[in-house]
Design a protein around this ligand. Structure first.
Ligand code: C2O
Length: 523
């Protein structure tokens, strides 16, 4: 494949996507951020230069498997140190699978300040090439007038512990713009077929996406081609993606609305005051005719992505070799602050990236006690692994697993949030890398452990990450030691210490931490 090379200055710029001007994290002086496009099999090489001045950074390539390249995955304190102001860092990895992906900051809670963009991996031979004429990109994102550090300060108060309310967005953006600034239009020609790649880059909001008087065909879930399935709307949680194909009308007598309904109750129960937020784009058949007005969304049944099957991926049948149960909930910690728990432990990232602990731990690498509060769970290469996600909380949580896509084998109705029974994964189940776990319900996901590495599994409501709603799957620690090669420059950036993202004094990192199995928790 080709070598696709980019050099990015990460720096603050001012933007006003909903008419309110505020600082946002830009790339090379621009925001919205560049769309990264390449072909499957290409190598992507992106060097970032942190010119933020006051925050560290780093980029996760959401949905990329990083086969054999775990050290390129991007989450700070998991597979690398944060990239401090003034430092540079080069990511280089092979794009192993086509599909719709995105990139976002995975340092602190930074991406709601704007560091998020689309990553499109095209096929040399697209199985659906005959099914559409043109392709559009459609990103959805909730938007906040406050900046992340102040939003976090407001969230982490004892007064908020009873509510556990994350920050509330002011706007819902389509392609990083709201109707207050501009009307997004997608040109439609009568009779043609259009593919839309849809990405929800929100920190909190789930989105219902409706096309006025146009049904469509779903062909992708999170980088996985699906068998074609007709739908009239999408329910898309933070970090999920879809591709759909829309058949245009045969005549061009008016323009139609594409309506994105952003809600902060991600499962659309009891909408709160001011919500949902409706953002409209136009399917523009004729530019001389008026932009469509917002339409009243039709009543709809609960959307069921569970019925979508992969086009070409075989089920992993039989019984699992290893089952990991993650019971999770939200609550207050000992200090009375909002907190999240996975099997009663609130994840705290460690100054020493967990991958480096694996590499330096020798024969102790499967001893959970050396890792600190990262909720480590161990699997062995070759195993078929089931992860039971038991949601003990009264709201839905979209869970993302790094390093793999997975089969969604089971999903229970709202009830206890404790899965009991047999896992049946034989029926060509939905394949994704982010799955919605409904309130007080369970989901069982399955993957084949074929990619040694340290992989986070976490709620992709970004405000729940600093609350601790994460766990770590350490996929064959001893294989990691044999196969994962961390470039020297990755260790170099650690020497500057882990610059904080919340505006506190810089914590320093003693390099002896890298050689030992003692972890230092962040301040
Ligand atoms: Cu898109 Cu760990 O996340």
């Amino acid at each position: 494949g080709a070598h696709v090379v980019h050099s990015w200055d990460i720096e603050w710029v001012t933007a006003s996507p909903d008419a309110f001007a505020r600082p946002v994290v830009g790339i090379n002086g621009q925001w919205p951020l560049p769309v990264v496009e390449a072909f499957v099999g290409d190598t992507l090489q992106i060097t970032i230069h942190n010119k933020l001045g006051n925050e560290s950074t780093g980029i996760h390539w959401h949905g990329i498997h990083q086969i054999g390249s775990n050290e390129q995955d991007g989450p700070a304190h998991v597979t690398q140190c944060p990239v401090a102001p003034g430092q540079s860092f080069t990511y280089e990895f092979v794009l192993d699978k086509s599909g719709t992906y995105w990139y976002h900051s995975h340092t602190g809670t930074q991406y709601p300040d704007g560091l998020r963009g689309a990553l499109i991996i095209k096929d040399h031979i697209d199985p659906y090439v005959a099914a559409y004429d043109e392709e559009y990109l459609l990103t959805l994102s909730d938007w906040y007038h406050g900046e992340v550090p102040s939003l976090l300060t407001a969230m982490f108060t004892t007064a908020n512990a009873a509510q556990l309310r994350p920050p509330v967005p002011q706007s819902g953006l389509i392609n990083e713009e709201s109707n207050l600034v501009a009307n997004n239009t997608f040109k439609f020609e009568a009779g043609k077929k259009y593919k839309f790649r849809v990405i929800n880059m929100s920190a909190l909001a789930s989105v219902l996406l409706f096309l006025e008087d146009h049904d469509f065909i779903i062909i992708e879930t999170d980088g996985q081609y699906t068998k074609p399935a007709t739908a009239s709307f999408l329910h898309i949680t933070p970090a999920q993606r879809y591709s759909i194909i829309v058949q245009a009308k045969t005549d061009a007598t008016r323009n139609y609305a594409l309506q994105a309904v952003f809600d902060i109750n991600p499962d659309f129960r009891n909408p709160r005051v001011g919500f949902p937020i409706n953002t409209t784009a136009g399917l523009e058949y004729d530019a001389s005719l008026p932009f469509p007005s917002q339409f009243i969304v039709p009543s709809f049944n609960v959307f069921d992505d569970f019925t979508l099957s992969p086009l070409d991926e075989l089920p992993i049948t039989g019984a699992a070799d290893n089952t990991i149960t993650l019971d999770f909930s939200l609550g207050a910690d000992a200090a009375g602050l909002p907190s999240a728990f996975v099997n009663n432990v609130s994840y705290v990232h460690q100054k020493v990236p967990t991958l480096y602990t694996v590499l330096s731990a020798g024969g102790e690498a499967e001893n959970p006690d050396i890792y600190g509060a990262v909720n480590p769970y161990f699997v062995k290469k070759g195993e078929v692994v089931d992860i039971i996600l038991n949601n003990r909380h009264t709201a839905h949580h979209p869970f993302h697993f790094h390093g793999h896509h997975f089969h969604v084998c089971e999903r229970t109705a709202t009830g206890s949030g404790v899965f009991t029974g047999e896992v049946d994964c034989s029926n060509s189940p939905l394949v994704r890398d982010v799955v919605a776990v409904n309130a007080l319900a369970s989901v069982v996901i399955r993957f084949k452990a074929d990619n040694p590495g340290v992989w986070l599994i976490h709620c992709h409501i970004e405000w729940h990450v600093p609350m601790g709603l994460s766990a770590t799957i350490i996929e064959d620690a001893f294989e990691i030691q044999k196969t994962i090669d961390v470039p020297e420059e990755h260790f170099e950036i650690c020497k500057a210490g882990c610059y904080p993202t919340k505006g506190n004094a810089a914590g320093s990192l003693d390099l002896t931490d890298l050689s030992g199995i003692t972890n230092v928790e962040n301040d």
